[in-house]
Design a protein around this ligand. Structure first.
Ligand code: TRP
Length: 472
């Protein structure tokens, strides 16, 4: 056990990161993924652009960063899987053991998210091969769109790629998250950002960059609904990996003396930069080729290949891009499954190998529902309502299985999890413990405390109440 300095409670069965830098790398690996490059552009396109992006940026700053600090802090103080961390911290602060539910909510959210995340990562994986053999060379926008359609129409292909991705995830998690992760993030993520820059430069020279940039950065508030604000807030949680315990468990492997505040800011800035670069690469192409910005989950798969098919060295850059995107998805996937695996190891005494296999299989089965959402079940929709007293509140309104799971996790479970973490850190823990753990100077500490006690919970609640139509 590498816990040299000794903490309040560290009967941990897990290993530690070698330094603060490793924590930054691992947390950035978790944060940067499909959320930045696949999801951010497509939901921005669906929600009208600039105003949505602005709300998202405000949510990152006012909600994301303070909750990330709270989540890392809880993890480092508890030094266990999120379920056991919450149990231990609640006991240490003389609070109800019901807080443990927060850990369970997170494990459930991680399972649900990874089930569809793996299907999309499978698309990226299949594009590694498409670009390598030059499928997109010289293709028109229509040609590129029909290649994508050919993939999503075929459930067997989708299942095959989904299975490969889950298998690789299980194989890595089985060996412990430290090995492999450090190197992937240190060397490969900067290259991914580099290719995004190449794509942005391509868009500058060969596409209507101005229209793309205006769409992203020019806020038109008439285009934004309460639902869009909820989606922007949900995405701030999703993209920073907050609200389910992924960052908590990575925090639990963080050395005692590493500063939490500045570390979280670095991670949030890097994550946001990648998302904005992806948007700047994609939207100019969307407008130049007369494509529909709100076309949905296929957006990057039907735009970026056009650029790769036309630019010099396109097949090389394309292959590398989709390979790195798959790796970015992998470093995120690992963090989605880790809380469940760590709990199985701690409480059920399973080996990491078994714990990974059991969790992976469960997630694989759930993923089949998302696979079918793009073909066989594409017109089967779900509606989900909750009844509170007399009023019936619609949660999911006629959405496919894939869209329903995404909505339920990003827009409800993650903000709820984050809200509870903020409340626990801001109200249930003593000032002495949070101050000691965060190690902030007085002013910074006071700002953080006001944010988690008042600003964050109130904002999350207002957005929730608007979205379900109780406030307007
Ligand atoms: N943040 C990752 C992305 O943007 C996805 C992710 C990894 C995640 N771990 C998470 C989302 C935990 C929510 C919670 O691709």
């Amino acid at each position: 056990m590498a816990n040299e300095t000794g903490t309040t409670m560290h009967s941990s069965v897990h290993s530690m990161w070698s330094s603060r830098l490793t924590f930054i790398l691992a947390a950035t690996g978790s944060a940067v993924g499909l959320g930045n490059i696949w999801k951010f552009p497509y939901i921005t396109g669906e929600n009208g652009g600039g105003a949505f992006v602005l709300v998202y940026l405000v949510c990152i700053a006012l909600i994301g960063i303070p909750i990330m600090m709270a989540e890392v802090m809880l993890g480092r103080r508890g030094r266990k899987s999120p379920i056991n961390t919450m149990r231990a911290l609640a006991a240490a602060e003389n609070r109800s053991s019901a807080w443990t539910m927060l850990g369970w909510l997170g494990v459930a959210a991680g399972f649900l998210i990874l089930s569809y995340y793996s299907v999309i990562a499978g698309w990226a994986l299949s594009y590694v091969f498409h670009t390598a053999v030059g499928t997109f060379d010289g293709q028109t926008a229509d040609g590129v769109a029909s290649i994508f359609q050919g993939l999503t129409d075929d459930p067997e292909k989708l299942i095959a790629w989904h299975s490969i991705f889950i298998f690789i995830t299980m194989a890595i998690v089985a060996q412990g998250v430290k090995k492999g992760l450090e190197r992937t993030v240190t060397y490969l993520m900067p290259i991914l950002a580099g290719i995004l820059v190449v794509l942005v430069v391509y868009a500058l020279n060969n596409a209507d960059f101005r229209e793309g940039a205006e769409f992203l950065f020019f806020p038109d508030f008439s285009k934004i609904s309460a639902g869009a604000v909820l989606t922007a807030m949900g995405h701030a949680f999703f993209t920073l990996s907050l609200g389910m315990g992924a960052i908590m468990i990575y925090g639990s492997y963080m050395p005692d003396n590493a500063p939490i505040g500045s570390t979280c800011i670095v991670i949030a800035v890097a994550d946001t930069a990648v998302a904005l670069l992806a948007g700047l690469a994609i939207f100019p192409l969307v407008f130049t080729y007369g494509l529909e910005p709100g076309q949905g989950a296929g957006l990057i798969f039907s735009t970026l290949p056009i650029a790769f098919g036309q630019m010099p060295w396109g097949s090389f850059f394309g292959t590398l891009f989709f390979l790195l995107l798959t790796l970015a998805a992998l470093t995120s996937a690992i963090s989605l499954i880790e809380p469940a695996v760590a709990w199985l190891v701690e409480n059920k005494g399973l080996s990491r190998v078994r714990a990974s296999i059991y969790s992976g299989l469960g997630i694989w089965v759930l993923g089949l529902g998302s696979v079918l959402s793009f073909n066989v079940w594409s017109d089967k929709t779900l509606s989900l309502t909750v009844k509170i007293g007399e009023s019936v509140i619609p949660l999911v309104d006629k959405a496919t299985f894939f869209d329903s799971i995404d909505y339920l996790t990003s827009n409800i479970m993650l903000p709820l999890g984050g809200l509870l973490m903020a409340l626990f850190a801001g109200y249930s823990m003593s000032i002495a413990s949070t101050k000691q753990e965060l190690g902030l100077k007085d002013n910074a500490y006071n700002i953080w405390r006001v944010l988690v006690r008042y600003v964050t919970p109130i904002l999350v609640l207002i957005v929730f109440l608007h979205a379900i139509g109780i406030l307007d």
